[in-house]
Design a binder for this molecule. Structure first.
Ligand code: SF4
Ligand code: SF4
Length: 303
């Protein structure tokens, strides 16, 4: 299956060093409860519906050739099983209350877009970041061709990954990636299953594989009260023990936020992370200090 792109973000300063273009691919093997990009989880195109914009005129219901739309309590609902993603309803909505996410690009088209900001990459020490969703579960030959194309043009390539992808994919991308932005969420396996839907076995195996093969690893840790942050820093200490023997070049500590919460409504999904909390600035500094005291270099709060 050809990868779908949800977003091509220019001038990003949170996805690796310098100014970068970030390509967000659609589809992820994990289902993190706190995910702030729920539209990136499914591998297929999806209709998003913005209830605030909808005037409940019912035009889309009338026009839908597949009878996928129904009226409900002053707005409209979507029967996803019936929707064929034909986009007819988008054309008829004067309020632009609907959009379809997930676009197909060729490698050539993406390279052309990436190359446009080459001057910014060169001046800032930036490049391109391939992200998601999860980039490493996409068609790996497509991703390798894209990364190779960037490297051939002298553009730095960062792979932003949750680690849950076949190890052979990491082996294939290794020659073309300058750096891996590798997420570690939880070391405790039971908690990992509970909050992401999957064991962390494969993730830890891939982390070791990259480390043993000399990859530049930048660890990224989302810190979430109610998940991996507590008074005793229990999970943080487990991460330290896990990461200490490895050659980690940089660590980003990412405080939880819920700015993607509204997207769940657009997808007609329920956000289950309402009880999670953002760690205080004091707590974030305390965790940063723990990493630094354990000899980790380039520890930063934020992306
Ligand atoms: S056409 Fe647009 S404004 Fe009218 S009901 Fe459908 S989504 Fe709402
Ligand atoms: S995309 Fe097409 S099938 Fe889906 S709801 Fe809109 S008009 Fe109906």
């Amino acid at each position: 299956m050809k990868p779908l792109v949800i977003n091509f973000q220019k001038c990003s300063i949170h996805d690796g060093p310098g100014i970068r273009s970030t390509v967000f691919f659609k589809g992820c093997p994990l289902e993190c409860v706190w995910c702030h990009n729920p539209e990136s989880q499914s591998y297929t195109k999806e209709v998003l519906y913005n209830r605030e914009r909808c005037g409940a005129c019912g035009k889309c219901k009338k026009i839908c050739p597949h009878d996928a739309i129904y009226m409900k309590e002053g707005c409209v609902g979507l029967n996803k099983d019936k929707c064929e993603l034909c986009s007819t309803c988008l054309d008829y909505c004067v309020n632009n209350a609907r959009e379809i996410v997930g676009d197909e690009y060729t490698v050539k088209e993406l390279l052309k877009l990436i190359e446009k900001d080459r001057m910014f990459y060169e001046e800032s020490g930036g490049g391109v970041t391939l992200s998601g969703g999860e980039v490493m579960v996409q068609d790996i030959d497509f991703i390798c061709e894209l990364a190779r194309g960037c490297r051939n043009k002298g553009i730095d390539v960062a792979i932003d990954t949750c680690g849950y992808a076949p190890t052979e994919h990491y082996e294939k991308i290794l020659p073309y990636a300058n750096r891996f932005l590798f997420d570690i969420k939880l070391v405790d396996e039971d908690k990992h299953k509970k909050f992401t839907g999957k064991s962390n076995d494969l993730i830890l195996k891939n982390l070791k594989f990259l480390n043993d093969n000399g990859a530049y690893i930048n660890i990224r840790i989302p810190l979430i009260g109610g998940v991996n942050v507590d008074d005793n820093n229990e999970e943080v200490m487990k991460m330290i023990e896990l990461l200490k023997p490895l050659n980690i070049k940089a660590v980003n500590l990412l405080p939880y936020h819920d700015i993607g919460k509204h997207k769940y409504t657009k997808l007609d999904k329920e956000y289950e992370g309402n009880e999670f909390t953002k760690p205080s600035d004091e707590k974030m500094n305390e965790i940063k200090m723990i990493f630094e005291n354990n000899n980790f270099q380039n520890v930063k709060i934020g992306g």
